[in-house]
Ligand binder design. Structure first.
Ligand code: HXC
Ligand code: NAP
Length: 291
């Protein structure tokens, strides 16, 4: 397993990157790596105290500059405020990473209408709000830029028990492919990453509460038999934002150790069949010839 930084020094030097939900979990990991590669960073979420703490940690670790701004992505005016403050501090903005999300497991029939829409509002409307505000700015300024969206693999397949999240991430996936085409002419690249399981406090508390983490161990669902390392995701995100990925537009890149395909293949569960039984099965299936 390669768990070290990937890109060359200064690969993101001179770029200003805004990461929504950047104070915790995967947003924090990706943002920290962007700083190490020379970027200026803006991190946003609802909890300013968490963001400020993270900003201090990031600046100490990397020597980079971090602007922490409170912003509920559901509120368009708050997103416009982030754009204005970013321009005031750094002069320009080059990339938006739509990473903020809300999610929890529940049978759908137990959800109130408000519970359902609160997830849709954070994930879909939030990503739309940010993309729209930043996109309008880039188009007006005739500036090339890039949007990177974090979806999940069940954006392709759907998933029971996380239906609002699946609907919302599916919408973000559609936005990714649509804008890649519509805004390509402005020099705006739009891509997405679909991660499999990467343990974080935020996700694990809401998706695997109590002893579910042991009972429903994600490792067992992944052909590579392990969960993802944050640096592995950070390497991919940094590459997609960097100029090295200048011709990649409209892609949804899966990073899941093969997990979703394992669930998809009709006979994949046959992995449970022990080696010695394959001889018996071979005899039986061969003798079925001609019958
Ligand atoms: C049923 C619930 C509920 C639950 C909340 N609600 N939790 N309903 N089961 N467990 C209901 C509430 O009763 C309310 O409806 C409505 O949802 C909104 O709840 P609030 O607490 O008022 O909302 P809010 O403060 O906006 O918080 C949003 C949240 C919360 C999504 C509920 O969990 C949050 O802040 N999450 C942010 C971080 C997060 O979720 N990270 C994980 C991302 S992981 P009523 O009708 O009562 O008003 C991820 C990974 C996917 O996406 C793939 C992994 C492999
Ligand atoms: P996390 O730490 O809980 O991150 C979610 C972030 O979103 C938090 O920082 C939260 O901060 C912010 N947020 C929530 N609601 C918001 C709102 N209304 N406005 C602004 N910010 C808001 O979980 P994570 O695991 O790192 O998830 C990061 C991303 O990866 C998400 O898009 C998630 O869907 C995706 N993902 C994760 C996994 C995984 O295995 N971890 C797998 C697939 C996809 P506040 O509470 O301060 O607002």
């Amino acid at each position: 397993m390669y768990n070290e930084p990937m890109l060359r020094d200064d690969a993101l030097k001179g770029k200003t990157i805004v990461v929504t939900g950047g104070g915790t979990g995967l947003g924090k990991a990706m943002g920290t790596y962007f700083l190490k590669l020379g970027a200026n960073l803006v991190i946003t979420s609802r909890k300013l105290d968490v963001l400020r703490q993270t900003a201090v940690e990031m600046e100490t670790e990397t020597g980079g500059k971090v602007l922490a701004l409170a912003c509920d992505v559901r509120e368009y005016e708050q997103v416009e405020h982030v754009l204005a403050e970013t321009l005031k501090t750094f002069g320009k903005v080059d990339a938006l990473l739509n990473n903020a999300a809300g999610n929890f497991i529940s049978p759908t029939e137990r959800l109130s209408a408000n519970a359902f829409s609160s997830i849709i509002d954070i994930v879909l409307k939030g990503s739309v709000n940010c993309t729209l505000a930043f996109g309008k700015h880039w188009i007006k300024e005739k500036q090339s830029a890039t949007v990177l969206n974090i979806v999940t693999t069940y954006a392709f397949t759907g998933s029971a028990y996380v239906v609002p999240s699946a609907c919302a991430k599916g919408g973000v996936l559609a936005m990714t492919r649509s804008l890649a085409v519509e805004w390509g002419k402005y020099g705006i690249r739009t891509n997405a990453i679909a991660p499999g399981p990467f343990p974080t406090k935020g996700a694990w508390e809401r998706l695997l509460p109590g002893d579910l983490a042991e009972k429903f161990d994600f490792k067992n669902r992944v052909p590579l038999k392990r969960v993802g390392e944050h640096q592995e995701l950070a390497n991919l995100a940094a590459f997609l934002i960097s100029d090295f990925a200048g011709y990649i537009n409209g892609e949804i890149i899966t990073i899941d150790g093969g997990e979703w395909l394992q669930g998809a293949g009709q006979f994949n569960g046959m992995e449970a069949i022990p080696d010695e039984m394959w001889d018996t099965f071979a005899q039986m299936t061969r003798s079925a010839k001609g019958s």
